[in-house]
Structures are given as structure tokens and as C-alpha cells.
Ligand binder design. Structure first.
Ligand code: BTN
Length: 251
């Protein structure tokens, strides 16, 4: 039984088609007084956006694409990655409850089933001084796709289980779990969030191959700090940290 959401999903705006639900959320924030928790859900996105300026391709009826508007003014900018961790922990809990296979979060916040990507998160923070005024959390999930043209590293829930998923039902379940994790963040349960995020990570304390510049090496994920840097422990026991564009995963 799902309880009514306290914040995330308290208001749901369902749209047929938009360029991008994140872009739509930005426009809403500019033009209206929005109270936090509003979800913009689109059946179709014509110009979905991914991390680092990439495109996010989705197919109506096969994908779930939505954005949540939050106002985490309590979170200092220097700790902003804690929000990514809380959202990732929720996404992981949701996906684990829906899929029999091993589910991971690939740093920073991609949803992986085994070694394939089944979903992504684009978090855009609007800062004001040392605080976060608003945060737009955009989530895209591959629910029912069966063709992945030009995307050999992608998968979907259907591909993994042979079952079709109802996007609206999945949305409500996911929102209720995200709400629970956002409340943990608001209520100061930072240690629990850090721990859960770490335990969800692909490569957490397990050797994996990476490429940095021209060097290929083995490393184990040992931490992600509050600024979002990935810390790897290398074979010689030393530790190095990497930013988003600096490292490639080889698997
Ligand atoms: C990534 O893995 O690169 C992040 C993908 C995020 C996609 C979602 S779909 C809903 C929301 N609207 C967008 O334009 N992007 C996010």
C-alpha cells in the first residue's frame, strides 16, 4: 500500500509532449510560484536532455520521463551532491523492487542493470548565494524498449524480464520511494544516505577497469565525496579522485 506523498508527487502535471520536462520545469519556475514536490510528467519528449549536453532519446509508451521540482534550501551548495545520493538511493530501491537482476547505480547517478544502462538522472540546481534555491530532478527510465539502435550499452526493464511495465504505475511507485529518501535528507539522515548510495554503486569495493587519458588501470570505487568526485583505490593501494569527464569505464 502506497501512502500519500508528503513532498515529491504532491502535485502531478501530465503533459502529452514537451521538448524536455527539465526545460519545462525551468520555465514554470520562471513564470509561477511553484511549491516544491511538483512533478512534470510527459508522455513524449521531443528534445530530451542528458548529462553533459547529451541528448536523451525516449519512445512514447516505452519510456518514463519526468522531472521533480524541489527547494532544498537547507542543503549548502558545497554538499549538493548529497541530493544526488538521496535520489540515486531511492531510484535503486525502486528498481531493485521491480527487477530480479542485479541493479546498480553507476556514478554519478545512472541506473544500471548488470553492465547495461536502463535509466538516467539529470539534476539541475538553481543556486542562490551559498544555498540551493531550486533543484530540478529529471529522470528517464527505459521501461518497455526492445530496440536500442546505436546504443549497445542500453537495456530496458522489458528486455531484462520479458514483462511490460505500465509507465503510470511505475511513476507512482518511484515517486513514493523518492519522497521517502528526500525526507531522509531533509531530516538530516546523511549517514544513512551516504552508506546506501555507496552500497548501490557499480564497482563499490570491487575491481573494475578504467581509462584515464591513455592509461588503462584497475581500481575499486572507494568513495564519492559531497562535491561528487569519484575516489578510486588503485592496485598499488594509492587513491585518486576523478571528475565527470575525466574517466571512462571499461566493461
Ligand atoms: C543521462 O543519463 O544522461 C540523464 C538522462 C536524463 C533524462 C531525463 S528524461 C526526463 C528529464 N527531461 C530531460 O530532458 N532529461 C531528463
Amino acid at each position: 500500500m502506497m501512502s500519500a506523498p508528503l513532498i515529491i508527487g504532491n502535485t502531478l502535471l501530465k503533459l502529452d509532449a514537451v521538448e524536455s520536462t527539465n526545460t519545462w520545469a525551468h520555465t514554470l519556475l520562471k513564470n509561477q510560484n511553484i511549491h516544491e514536490g511538483l512533478v512534470v510528467w510527459a508522455l513524449d519528449q521531443t528534445r530530451g536532455r542528458g548529462q553533459m549536453g547529451t541528448n536523451w532519446h525516449s519512445v512514447p509508451g516505452e519510456s518514463l520521463t519526468f522531472s521533480v521540482i524541489l527547494s532544498p534550501g537547507f542543503l549548502p551548495v558545497k554538499d549538493q551532491f548529497l541530493l544526488n545520493k538521496a535520489i540515486s538511493a531511492g531510484l535503486h530501491e525502486y528498481a531493485t523492487s521491480r527487477l530480479p537482476a542485479s541493479v546498480f547505480i553507476k556514478w554519478p547517478n545512472d541506473l544500471y542493470i548488470g553492465y547495461k544502462k536502463a535509466g538516467g538522472v539529470l539534476i539541475e540546481n538553481i543556486l542562490s548565494g551559498t544555498g540551493i534555491q531550486h533543484s530540478i530532478i529529471g529522470i528517464g527510465l527505459n521501461l518497455n524498449q526492445h530496440v536500442f539502435e546505436g546504443l549497445p550499452g542500453a537495456t530496458s526493464f522489458l528486455q531484462e524480464t520479458g514483462k511490460r511495465y505500465n509507465p503510470e504505475e511505475e511513476l507512482h511507485l518511484l515517486l513514493s520511494i523518492l519522497d521517502k529518501w528526500y525526507l531522509k535528507l531533509r531530516n538530516g539522515h546523511q549517514e544513512e544516505i551516504r552508506l546506501r548510495y555507496s552500497q548501490c554503486l557499480l564497482g563499490w569495493q570491487r575491481p573494475l577497469k578504467f581509462r584515464h587519458k591513455d592509461a588503462v588501470f584497475t581500481g575499486m570505487v572507494s568513495a564519492v565525496d559531497n562535491a561528487g568526485y569519484l575516489h578510486l583505490t588503485l592496485e598499488d593501494g594509492t587513491s585518486e579522485k576523478f571528475g565527470m569527464k575525466e574517466i571512462e569505464w571499461l566493461f
